[in-house]
Design a protein around this ligand. Structure first.
Ligand code: SF4
Ligand code: SF4
Ligand code: SF4
Length: 412
């Protein structure tokens, strides 16, 4: 079975906030809107134990929601205990937690730091942009609560990325958001386009258009490229560079197949993707179905191959190598087939044309730096894999984010 990661929703779609654009809140209807959804100890142990029994180079647990911190600190203590109890000796276990950060206090942050959780914190820019859509259930703004949570993370030494949802509220402010984040000392960014449709396939009022997305990315890239390429990490730009330099797709949207990970809902139900938690795509339940049964199911495989059934325009497009037809979420909405052209096509094209030359320059510099590092290092401590020599302390070319000696090189 191919390596896979887990995205687990221990509190389902429950959240202490009520952001206008939230795509997951409506999933409450799948499991009863009035109920309180919490993963039981039994389901938690089964998820952790069964996953740790599979063979992976890294066991990657992503805790998400809704808001996963609603589970409270004792739940995340239990997570670590179970991982230690069921993990094989020497196994690499990685925990990620995507959160609105508003429930994180000093004690919670200290646990996350101790066990090296990597966090993704949602912050849509300065208060006047963030608070337009990111409000709580009585409509109050949340920016100051998020900053308070992030301050606890800083004090405890937790590593985190800032996740910016690019919506109608902030799409015209790429430079302002970027400068705000870097001035605050936030150097790891992820920008996600807000694209949601009603049942008839019309974009929701907070959604952005392809042209707006293109302008946002171009402005962001120009700002970053000027002086920050060594200081600030922007996930999509990093992913494009990995693709150009190593041919590795380290975000699923750049790949050719959507069999990338499994979503586990609070009751153990399993789905193929965060954006496709639908009854028709339920792959099984972890209490009764094995990972290999789900991975080998026709339902999962058929879902995966839809990614490369892109539009005929993509086939002849000079951006296909850096776009891969875009995410299915922006294509197969409101009953459209997978070969429907992406809602963001115009934006991807504009951005790739705008940045390709400079991405290639950066890719060339990365290769030169690697060669220099390699020449400086002890040749006896290097391995040759897939025709390329890799330093034992260099990042593994499989894209795991681990040093080569701790990943694919560990058995050599
Ligand atoms: S914080 Fe996240 S999960 Fe909660 S309502 Fe906002 S977008 Fe949805
Ligand atoms: S549908 Fe989009 S988010 Fe889901 S696995 Fe495919 S590319 Fe990734
Ligand atoms: S830019 Fe548009 S046409 Fe080109 S590959 Fe991407 S989605 Fe397809």
């Amino acid at each position: 079975m191919k390596n896979f990661s887990l995205l687990i929703k221990p509190a389902s779609a429950d959240c202490n906030l009520n952001c206008t654009y939230c795509f997951y809140l409506e999933k409450c209807s799948l499991y009863g809107e009035s109920a309180r959804h919490r993963m039981s100890d039994k389901v938690l142990e089964q998820v952790i134990e069964s996953y740790l029994k599979t063979d992976q180079s890294v066991y990657s647990f992503g805790w998400q929601g809704g808001e996963p911190t609603l589970m409270g600190l004792p739940f995340f203590k239990k997570v670590v205990d179970l991982q230690m109890r069921h993990g094989k000796k020497g196994a690499s276990v990685a925990n990620g937690l995507q959160t609105n950060a508003t429930l994180i206090d000093a004690e919670f942050a200290s646990h996350l730091a101790k066990y090296h959780f990597l966090l993704g914190c949602s912050l849509d820019g300065p208060a006047e942009l963030h608070d337009r859509y990111r409000t709580n259930h009585i409509g109050d703004p949340t920016h100051s609560n998020v900053i308070q949570g992030i301050n606890h993370l800083n004090n405890a030494g937790v590593s985190y990325n800032i996740l910016v949802l690019v919506s109608r509220a902030n799409v015209a402010h790429a430079r302002e958001i970027y400068r705000y984040l870097t001035n605050e000392g936030y150097y790891y960014h992820q920008y996600i386009p807000c694209v949601e449709f009603d049942k008839a396939g019309n974009p929701m009022p907070f959604s952005i258009t392809g042209a707006e997305w293109g302008r946002f990315l171009c402005e962001l890239f120009d700002e970053w490229y000027q002086k920050d390429t060594h200081k600030v990490s922007i996930r999509h730009f990093d992913a494009l560079l990995s693709k150009i330099v190593d041919g590795v797709d380290n975000v699923c949207t750049l790949g050719k197949n959507c069999c990338q990970y499994f979503v586990v809902e609070y009751n153990g139900d399993v789905y193929p993707c965060d954006f496709f938690v639908d009854q028709q795509l339920k792959l099984g339940n972890i209490m009764t179905t094995s990972w290999s049964e789900m991975a080998n199911s026709t339902l999962y495989r058929n879902f995966g191959v839809r990614k490369s059934k892109w539009n005929q325009f993509c086939e002849h497009c000079d951006c296909l190598d850096l776009c891969s037809g875009d995410c299915l979420k922006h294509r197969a909405y409101a009953g459209h087939p997978a070969d429907h052209l992406s809602h963001l096509c115009e934006g991807w094209k504009q951005f790739i044309h705008h940045s390709r030359e400079r991405l290639n320059i950066l890719a060339g510099k990365i290769k030169d730096e690697r060669d220099r590092d390699f020449r400086r290092s002890d040749p006896a401590s290097n391995e040759i894999i897939r025709g390329k020599r890799v330093g034992r302390n260099a990042l593994c070319p499989c894209g795991s984010g681990l040093k080569y000696k701790k990943c694919c090189g560990r058995s050599n």
